[in-house]
Design a protein around this ligand. Structure first.
Ligand SMILES: [Cu+2]
Length: 380
């Protein structure tokens, strides 16, 4: 009995040192972009405990003058991904110790620099800010919203830039084709759990309708693509939607084709050709396949000095229909350029595998477009 009382008396002064203020980051279901409460007063020695809820937010210190940027030496919780179905008690917290009574300005760093910036959408918080005057919380939040508005305006301007604007009229250093605008992407950071055995956090750029960044299985799925064939100058299918870890197997059929990675803007030439310091194109090399004499003669193609790529023989991984840079838009660029390239593609390699297959593995998440081309040997 005596021991118990003396222990309580010893602890009392410690507990009385400071108050604990709880702040919810979003709400229990993760459906709002706000801190609740969004401002509070605290004494020196108090603690402010932020409780993270579903989705993925941060608690980051900024300044009044720059509401959506990390202050030099400011605190930063890092991204705190929380699964939608997680129990409240298992969710992470981040504690800020109040060491003076100066105002402390806080923002969420999710999707920073994009129109979806949580800070730019008003997800800000303050400790000990003036209730009125220039440095009020209302003015701080208004400044954050202004950052968001300017990010949205910049994105809209680049999406609708008039011909002559840098983002819309880029061509592939040759030809005279106006390219559709780049799809605006958002930086997403989410937790991934695979087979409930392995969990990690991934950050990737994404846009509407991109495939999920979650692998289907540790092995991934297999997509088989038939390349060419009698009288066939196309990939079948010409688009696959692949998740990370999926494998794309190209089966070479009749005639002589390659599978070579290009960019969207320059469909008929290997990616970064002539730039050895950049990432080099994935390429299968050429795979001549004998014609099937009982079916179609394959000479139509080999006697025609026509670019297979310029005839629209292109393929894409994770190109999203309904966006300005869909598969059909890519194919249209290839057809308009009609296989024109400046600078010859180097001679076909000595590869003579018949019916060979190239495996391409999707290692990145959604929103990564890999475009592949085929070029007729006769064109070279
Ligand atoms: Cu957030």
């Amino acid at each position: 009995m005596f021991a118990s009382i003396s222990l309580s008396l010893t602890l009392l002064p410690l507990l009385a040192l400071g108050a604990v203020h709880d702040v919810q980051v979003s709400n229990t279901n993760g459906t709002v972009l706000e801190y609740s409460p969004d401002a509070l007063s605290a004494e020196v020695g108090d603690q402010v405990v932020f409780h993270f809820n579903p989705k993925n937010h941060t608690v980051s210190q900024s300044s009044f003058a720059s509401p959506c940027g990390l202050k030099d030496g400011g605190f930063h919780s890092g991204f705190m991904p929380v699964a939608a179905n997680s129990s409240v008690s298992s969710r992470p917290t981040f504690t800020v110790n109040v060491t003076d009574t100066d105002p402390i300005w806080v923002y969420c760093g999710q999707a920073a620099g994009t129109p979806e910036s949580h800070c730019g959408l008003g997800m800000v918080f303050a400790i000990n800010c003036p209730t009125s005057g220039t440095n009020s919380f209302a003015n701080f939040k208004a400044a954050a919203l202004a950052v968001g508005a300017s990010l949205s305006a910049a994105a809209a301007a680049s999406a609708t830039a008039a011909p002559g604007g840098a983002s819309n009229t880029l061509t592939a250093a040759y030809g005279d084709v106006t390219l559709p605008p780049v799809v605006s992407e958002t930086l997403v950071t989410i937790p991934i759990t695979l087979d409930s055995s392995s969990t990690w956090t991934t950050t990737y750029t994404s846009y509407v309708d991109s495939p999920a960044p979650t692998p289907v299985s540790p092995e991934g799925a297999v997509h088989t693509v038939v390349v060419g064939g009698p009288n066939k100058l196309f990939f079948d299918p010409d688009v696959v939607i692949a998740n990370p870890r999926d494998t794309i197997v190209f089966q070479f059929h009749q005639n002589n084709h390659s599978v070579t990675q290009s960019s969207f803007a320059d469909p008929c030439r290997p990616l970064n050709e002539g730039n050895p310091s950049a990432v080099q194109a994935l390429s299968s090399g050429f795979h001549p396949v004998s014609a099937n004499a009982t079916e179609f003669p394959t000479w139509n193609i080999t006697t025609s000095p026509k670019s297979h790529c310029g005839a629209g023989m292109v393929f894409a991984v994770n190109a999203i229909n309904g966006t300005s840079r869909s598969f059909s838009a890519f194919q249209s660029v290839a057809e308009q350029l009609n296989g024109t390239v400046v600078g010859a593609i180097s001679s076909p390699s000595a590869t003579s595998t018949t019916g060979g297959a190239l495996s391409l593995r999707a290692t990145s998440g959604a929103g990564i477009v890999v475009a592949l081309i085929a070029v007729a040997a006769s064109f070279l």
